[in-house]
Ligand binder design. Structure first.
Ligand code: XIL
Length: 346
């Protein structure tokens, strides 16, 4: 065997040679040629403290999403007292590096400020008042970032897996019309931003994604400004790859809607090994290929790109290794798969 092959095989085994390096075109360059944005969720604490993270985020991606700092509990921790500092820092970082910003998220049942959830629970905030609070929140946040955000996740995770509306405080207090209201209010505040529904377990055709399809058709027929369907893409190799992903995206495209993968990661039961990492790579590639095959799928965002800062191990016990790079920013087969997918284009 020639020495060079032996050396590269040895490096592959030890994993030392694979940090994404300057001599290869970064993902964002290839994404540009494929007419798609390649994005990542950004952890603002890591961005402030870790220069490798900062450098890699700037080099590889041309779209960023706030992992947490645009959520309601972050921007309005006390009623009426907005704190935009961390979110503004992300927008500045993005501007400095020629990156577009996805807005995440205006209305969700999680990461709500406690003044709001306790107020609803103890009855001190009435339903009518809650509707006004939601209107003001959406209007204030979307106006604050007006012109800076190309896609907003307006409502997040509003259906259960069986396709019925989630029994959240929003549904309980305001009834199902809160969804159309949220889109109308967001549109009034920034008419140019593309407004998205967003959820998990909606990669393939199933009860939940069909509920979204029917909701979107109905809202659009009523003139409600719903322009995009965001598919989070939190997968695990132990569950198998979802079927019909391209067909699912295609039916939204037929409605005239954009689609996007918004939070892709592919977890596994730890420890990782070569076989699991190879399977993981095919999952990333499968979602990316569905996006590239679909007119109107213009962004593919991973929910963090290094295992060093992934949310997965903290939430899914015993699972992890869900991103494109390991904890030392060494690229995995999944990185190569995304790279090759982008390089093959549409
Ligand atoms: C997660 C973040 O990654 C964590 O840091 C946080 O503790 C909880 O939220 N669906 C979403 C994201 O829409 O906002 C979630 O992000 C992951 C699931």
């Amino acid at each position: 065997m020639p020495a060079a092959v032996l050396v590269s095989a040895a490096l592959l085994v030890t994993g030392v040679a694979q940090t994404a390096s300057a001599h290869e075109a970064p993902l964002r360059t290839l994404a540009g040629r494929a007419d798609v944005r390649i994005g990542t969720a950004v952890d603002m604490t890591a961005l402030a403290e870790d220069s490798t993270y900062r450098r890699t985020t700037a080099r590889e991606f041309n779209s960023v999403t706030a992992e947490n700092v645009m959520k309601w509990e972050s921007v309005e921790p006390r009623r009426g007292a907005y704190d935009w500092s961390k979110a503004d820092a992300l927008v500045r970082f993005a501007r400095a590096h020629g990156q577009a910003v996805r807005g995440h998220t205006l209305l969700w049942h999680n990461q709500l400020p406690s003044w709001l959830t306790t107020g609803v629970a103890d009855g001190s905030i009435s339903a009518a008042e809650l509707r006004g609070i939601l209107h003001d929140h959406i209007t204030t946040e979307v106006k604050h970032f007006k012109g800076e955000i190309y896609q907003w996740d307006v409502v997040n995770e509003v259906f259960d897996d069986d396709g019925t509306l989630r029994n959240s405080i929003w549904l309980q207090q305001l009834g199902p019309s809160y969804i159309a209201d949220a889109f109308r209010w967001a549109h009034a505040a920034d008419p140019k931003a593309k407004l998205f529904l967003n959820d998990y377990n909606v990669e393939g055709i199933n009860a939940k994604s069909t509920a979204y399809y029917e909701l979107a058709s109905r809202l659009r027929a009523e003139g409600v400004p719903v322009q995009g369907f965001g598919i989070q893409g939190h997968l695990g190799i132990q569950y198998g790859f979802p079927g019909d992903v391209s067909d699912n995206l295609a039916r939204f495209a037929e409605l005239g809607m954009q689609t996007a993968f918004t939070e892709v990661d592919v977890r596994m039961i730890l420890p990782a090994d070569a076989e699991k990492l190879a399977t993981q790579a095919t999952y990333f590639r499968g979602l990316l290929d569905a996006c590239l095959a679909t007119r109107g799928c213009k962004s593919f965002t991973v929910w963090g790109y290094t295992d060093k800062y992934s949310w997965v191990p903290g939430v899914f016990t015993g699972q992890g290794a869900a991103t494109l790079m390991d904890e030392g920013f060494v690229t995995k087969p999944a990185y190569a798969a995304v790279r090759e997918g982008l390089a093959s284009g549409r």
